[in-house]
Ligand binder design. Structure first.
Ligand code: PHE
Length: 340
């Protein structure tokens, strides 16, 4: 009896099937678990007469390992089925993809660079940690000029001569040291001033300065370049206005306003109802600066200008709080997706 039962079961093994893990588990429970068929047969095996034990024992072991092999085979087949990605649509667009945006200050800085490079200016770079000479002395700051005061300048500890540059004019000085006129460069970069952080002031910001040195350079050239810049940046209707001012490194010096591009010059809270907003400082390079940097002031003249990138960005995008520029809140940055 037992012999026939085992033979019949053996015959069934090859036809076993499992479509998923649950079915496979059911087979295991049915045949190989504690209360499964194989164990039942083992129990029955105890009553087999001694002379048949050997043959039936072999047969029983054969059944057990056949079942074990079959279940392993089915398990393997199910696993490869799970790895089969044939139902994936590889042509589907992989959205949503979250793309980064360029920082608004970079967008505007690149625009400024673009305009001036079309006007023939090349770019120059210099260190943010600078010596007093390049930031102040070579730029004609008198020894006791208030801009050197601890109030404005970050000094590198124990090195009273090493500062974080307060303006990118230091790069102009570095260019003049080495280059032969004609010189036509713009110097974009980060600058530092020891100011309390608020919506309207920060301890670091960004500037783009320009320098042009050649034999016959006049204030008219400066004005024309700045007018072209203002129109390219803010639109062809933009007007400029120059007001006399003072900088140690330029003489004469001026500050330039543009007609407020938010209200179109009619007057609004941004331009404090004047219709004008200041965007940069400029002037003719002081002969002392040329001489200090090894350029013959009897042969050469030059103009220089410097603007704050944050200021220009505020005008273009009306950012109300300067702190937003350095907090890197993605909700703020995402607003510039389209301007990229
Ligand atoms: N360096 C000046 C500033 O930081 C700007 C400036 C540059 C003015 C060149 C005149 C000429 O405010």
């Amino acid at each position: 009896m037992l012999k026939e039962k085992i033979a019949q079961l053996l015959g069934e093994v090859s036809g076993l099937q499992a479509n998923d893990a649950a079915e496979l588990e059911n087979l295991r429970i049915k045949y190989l678990s504690k209360k499964g068929i194989v164990n039942e047969l083992m129990a029955a095996f105890r009553d087999v007469p001694a002379e048949e034990k050997r043959a039936i024992g072999i047969q029983l072991n054969e059944l057990k390992s056949a079942l074990q092999n079959k279940l392993a085979e089915l398990r393997e087949a199910l696993a490869t089925q799970e790895d089969d990605h044939s139902d994936l649509d590889l042509t589907r667009t992989p959205y949503p993809v979250s793309l980064g945006t360029r920082h608004p200050l970079s967008i505007v800085k690149n625009e400024i660079i673009d305009i001036f490079s079309r006007l023939g200016f090349s770019m120059a770079d210099g260190p943010e940690v600078e010596d007093d000479w390049h930031v102040f002395s070579s730029m004609n700051f008198a020894e006791d000029h208030p801009a050197r005061d601890m109030q404005d300048t970050f000094f590198v500890e124990q090195h009273p001569d090493i500062v974080l540059r307060t303006h990118t004019s230091s790069v102009q000085s570095r260019v003049m040291e080495h280059a032969e006129p004609p010189i036509r460069v713009i110097c974009p970069g980060r600058v530092y001033r020891n100011e309390a952080i608020s919506a309207r002031a920060h301890c670091f910001f960004h500037q783009v300065e320009g320098l042009y040195i050649d034999k016959d350079v006049s204030f008219t050239d400066l004005k024309q370049v700045l007018l072209t810049f203002a129109r390219e940046m803010f639109g062809p209707e933009t007007k400029i206005r120059l007001r006399p001012s003072y900088f140690p490194f330029t003489e004469p010096s001026a500050e330039m306003d543009i007609s407020c591009n938010i209200c179109g010059g009619k007057g609004c809270s941004f331009c404090k109802h004047t219709g004008w907003v200041e965007i940069l400082g400029c002037g003719m390079v002081d002969p002392n600066v040329l001489e200090a940097n090894g350029i013959d002031s009897k042969v050469y003249k030059g103009y220089a200008f410097g603007m704050g990138v944050e200021r220009i960005t505020n005008l273009k995008y009306q950012v109300k709080d300067l702190r937003l520029f350095s907090e890197n809140d993605v909700r703020f940055l995402d607003e510039f997706m389209a301007a990229n």
